[in-house]
Design a protein around this ligand. Structure first.
Ligand SMILES: NC(=O)c1ccc[n+]([C@@H]2O[C@H](COP(=O)([O-])OP(=O)(O)OC[C@H]3O[C@@H](n4cnc5c(N)ncnc54)[C@H](OP(=O)(O)O)[C@@H]3O)[C@@H](O)[C@H]2O)c1
Length: 337
């Protein structure tokens, strides 16, 4: 990891008690950050953050700020006094929204604008935006023969998603585009990370959407993740990458964060081999038609020094965590004979 500013800057994390947010707070503490503004949805539970290693150390000031991301003055209070901001909060669910604009698009887009506006007012040095592969795919205009594997130059096709009622990619794409427009207009230092499906132990009490994808697969789901898949990444690698992007002076633009690009069907095969006791569906044919596989798809992060955790380790740790938290029943391993 690149050497950071010394002493470490005060930082704000939005969505700090969610799956990625909690891992980011944990990793910031491990990396010597002592002044952390943890911004959470009003009334939601941040207790687990205070069980993280180092959170209660006398030198650490982990402060909770209750802020709906749509409440600009509450967001401004959370950001004030920070030099770095990690914008992580955004609605993330496997359920189809009843009112896509209200439930997904507005919180993603206006929330991003509120964070950037607050960061500008507070003269924040850099904002790291948590975008997604859902701002990169689906993109039917990407020609695998001429363009090869997906990279940061691809943008999700909004009209294609809208016509198929795929509102999560719409929300993430519009939010990231809004961030770039705002950054350019105001000359702000913004960097975006675009993680694939994040797996790993759940630090938070509730089940998050990406770990639910693995849970459903273990329970026999035949869903292909056609529109929402490029690959998987350990959530601890995402947190490390977010900090790397705050600390690396030369970081700029978009950073795809995945341990490879491959079909969801191949992922299911890996899960099935690791956990044969669960009824994991065997997919035939391509789950992501035409997707070009690529091992080192996150070239830009690899060049910055990030080393990715093997996907098998991420799957194993997620399954153990889902079992320990009672989301997944233990099953006997079939006998070898
Ligand atoms: N997990 C993945 O595979 C993945 C991949 C790529 C990108 N991402 C992005 O990473 C970020 C975090 O996702 P996650 O996986 O950690 O999901 P998560 O656990 O559901 O975290 C999302 C967080 O955003 C907060 N939030 C949502 N609406 C809010 C609002 N109006 N005001 C304040 N906070 C709000 C949620 O708070 P409450 O739950 O308390 O309401 C939660 O803490 C999101 O931006 C997501 O799009 C995730």
């Amino acid at each position: 990891m690149a050497a950071g500013p010394n002493p470490k800057e005060a930082v704000c994390v939005t969505g700090a008690n969610g799956f990625i947010g909690s891992w980011l707070v944990r990793t910031l503490l491990e990396n010597g950050y002592t002044n952390i503004h943890a911004s959470i949805y009003p009334g939601s539970d941040p207790t687990h953050l205070f069980s993280l290693p180092g959170a209660n150390s006398p030198s650490v000031n982990l402060q909770i700020y209750e802020a709906d991301i749509l409440d600009s003055s509450a967001v401004a209070k959370a950001v004030d006094g920070c030099q770095g901001v990690f914008h992580v909060a955004s609605p993330c669910s496997l359920e189809d929204p009843k009112d896509p604009d209200k439930e997904l698009v507005r919180p993603a887009v206006q929330g991003t604008l509120n964070v950037l506006e607050a960061a500008r007012a507070a003269k924040v040095r850099r904002v790291v935006i948590t975008s997604s592969i859902s701002a990169i795919v689906p993109n039917p205009n990407w020609n695998p023969e001429t363009n090869g594997a997906f990279d940061e130059t691809s943008w999700t096709d909004l009209e294609y998603c809208k016509s198929r009622q795929k509102w999560y990619p719409v929300s993430k794409t519009m939010a990231e585009k809004t961030a770039w427009e705002f950054a350019e207009k105001h000359g702000m230092d913004v960097v975006a990370i675009n993680p694939a499906t994040c797996l790993g132990p759940l630090l938070q009490p509730n089940l998050n959407a990406s770990c639910a994808v693995l849970l459903q697969l273990l329970q026999g789901s035949k869903g292909t993740q056609e529109y929402h898949w490029l690959g998987a990444v350990h959530v601890k690698d995402v947190a490390k990458a977010q900090i790397l992007l705050l600390e690396s002076p030369a970081a700029s633009g978009r950073y795809l964060c995945t341990n490879g690009i491959y079909q969801f069907g191949n992922f299911a095969e890996t899960v099935s081999q690791l956990f044969p006791q669960y009824p994991v569906h065997r997919f035939t044919g391509e789950t992501q038609p035409g997707l070009v596989s690529c091992k080192d798809a996150a070239k830009r992060l690899i060049e910055l020094g990030l080393i990715f955790t093997p996907v098998e380790e991420a799957v194993r740790e997620t399954v153990e965590s889902l079992q320990a938290k009672g989301f997944l029943k233990q099953q006997q391993q079939p006998s070898e004979s």
